[in-house]
Design a protein around this ligand. Structure first.
Ligand code: N01
Length: 496
């Protein structure tokens, strides 16, 4: 049994960032990572064409800018290499236990500690930081007969990089952000491509470009210039996107842009009609691409809009009775977000799992980070920290000072446990839901992973992201129940 001050779960952006900040403060900790390397989502997602649709200069840690980005929107291998380098340069890798999966985390109210059961044995920790990522559990829909399909089935987030689609008849199910990146790449290699579209997606023009050697040189020599470019990306997306997404009438310009893009790229009016979504742009994540629509319009691609009925050894049978002959099926079907299994593993102060509390009391966190009844527990990229218009790394970095300040206060004041007050959490969530109710995410007419099974938006932060960062600059200990360590209690008793 090992004993720690802090255990971090996950070695992606969140876990690496937290570890760097804890180490700066000399706080002992270990990171548990189920995979065999760092990188989180950027290690797991290796599908062809995988890249980030947030500008490279913004999609990185503010304290570790990378002057070497080769493209203004980086591909997955480069983002992974960046994360690995940051982890190595800051000594994070030595603190990670790879291949270590957490099976259970139970709060021990007597010891004021978390007891973890992991694939590497039991351990205890005073504080648990969960950075498991909300897009880490693939959603694999149940298709009748899937087990009978004679070819390969792969989820986008479980891509086997050794698999070669050259010369294959490929089916892609889904038209979300992952599919929009996969389809153009697969189109270059496959013999035929069938894209199974349940709901069309709004496709915007992509503004990506190669970063020139003189720019690299400039960023290396004058980091302030790269910081200014980063600032430009940050502030322009805040002030252009947030008002458009927050107001019911917003998004008209986005729609105009997307329709023009579609008209330019898809000459066939019949096909175009199938590609126009019925919901407002922004209701689901906006997907920029200059290659997706031409790949769909290509003579070797079939856009299948009839629903999937079942899978058979030869391929997919759709509701219109057609059998689509396939060698490989790619499930670009997204992730289990509001229904992922992690909360079932975490047991809080009253013996209920986090899933039970969410089912019974409603899903929600306080400041996207802490949960009533789960003391000394912090989640990075937790509920309602999601954003579509800017970098999630910004949100994660905004949470770190909050966690660090909590740990500092606990040490200084001899506090053994902090637990957010349920009334504080409830009013925070009421405010969030009020703000979310008129926005395009709630009223745009789509069904997205932003909403839970009860229609609550437990995913999106409905405001400017700098307001989130401002909220979390300081740990508001007054919003929390606190229990002192026995030593502190004895000292206080001796004084009084
Ligand atoms: O998943 P999605 P994703 N039968 O949930 C369809 C992030 N990301 O992996 O819309 C048929 O968006 C489903 O259809 P419908 C980003 O945050 C970021 O693409 O439900 N179809 C939909 O078309 C993103 O939002 C980057 O009708 C079925 C698709 O599968 C998140 O990941 C890049 C089906 C799922 O779309 C998830 O994106 C990529 C069924 N039974 C991803 N079930 C960046 O660049 C589902 N579908 C940062």
């Amino acid at each position: 049994m090992s004993d720690h001050r802090v255990v971090i779960i996950g070695a992606g952006f969140g876990g690496i960032g937290a570890s760097i900040k804890l180490a700066e403060q000399g706080i002992e900790h270990v990171i548990l990572e189920k995979l065999d390397d760092v990188g989180g989502t950027w290690l797991a997602n290796q599908y062809p064409g995988c890249r980030c649709d947030v500008p490279s200069h913004l999609y990185s840690f503010s304290f570790a800018l990378n002057p070497e980005w080769s493209d203004s929107y980086s591909l997955q291998p480069e983002i992974w290499r960046y994360l690995k380098k940051v982890a190595v340069d800051h000594g994070v890798v030595e603190r990670v236990r790879f291949g270590c999966k957490v099976d259970a985390a139970r709060w021990d109210d007597e010891a004021k500690q978390w007891r973890l059961e992991t694939s590497a044995g039991s351990m205890t920790t005073d504080v648990l930081i969960v950075a498991h990522g909300f897009l880490s559990e693939p959603s694999i829909p149940h298709f009748e007969g899937i087990e009978t399909f004679a070819g390969q089935v792969m989820h986008s987030a479980e891509w086997d990089p050794s698999y070669d689609v050259t010369g294959k008849r490929v089916g892609v199910i889904g038209t979300g952000a992952s599919a929009v990146q996969i389809v153009p790449e697969i189109h270059k290699q496959a013999t035929s491509l069938s894209v199974f579209q349940r709901t069309a997606a709004w496709i915007l023009p992509h503004r990506g470009r190669t970063i020139r050697p003189w720019e690299h040189e400039l960023y290396r020599r004058v980091p302030a210039v790269q910081r200014a470019v980063r600032g430009f990306h940050y502030w322009s997306s805040e002030f252009l996107a947030v008002p458009a997404l927050m107001k019911p009438a917003g998004g008209k310009l986005l729609k105009k842009l997307a329709v023009k893009h579609l008209e330019t790229q898809v000459p066939d009016p019949e096909l175009r009609a199938k590609l126009i979504p019925s919901f407002k742009p922004g209701c689901k994540r906006l997907t920029p691409s200059n290659e997706y629509l031409p790949a769909i319009a290509s003579p070797m691609t079939t856009l299948v809009t009839s629903g999937i009925d079942r899978m058979v050894p030869e391929g997919i049978v759709t509701a219109d009775g057609v059998t689509h002959q396939l060698d490989v099926i790619i499930l670009a079907t997204g992730f289990r977000v509001t229904d992922n299994t992690f909360p079932e593993l975490v047991i809080g102060r009253d013996g209920r799992t986090m899933r039970q509390t969410w089912d019974e009391d409603g899903l929600g966190a306080y400041n996207g980070t802490t949960f009533a009844g789960f003391p000394n527990f912090f989640m990075l990229a937790g509920p309602n920290t999601g954003i579509g218009h800017t970098s999630l790394v910004y949100m994660i970095e905004a949470q770190l000072p909050y966690v660090l300040d909590a740990l500092r206060l606990m040490k200084e004041r001899g506090i053994a446990s902090i637990d957010v007050r349920p009334d504080v959490q409830a009013s925070y969530n009421e405010l969030l839901q009020r703000k979310l109710s008129p926005t395009v995410w709630n009223t745009g007419g789509c069904k997205s992973w932003y909403l839970d099974k009860n229609g609550f938006n437990t995913t999106i932060w409905p405001d400017y992201t700098f307001k989130f960062a401002r909220r979390l600059e300081r740990f508001d200990v007054e919003s929390y129940y606190q229990e002192l360590t026995p030593t502190t209690e004895r000292k206080l008793a001796a004084i009084s």
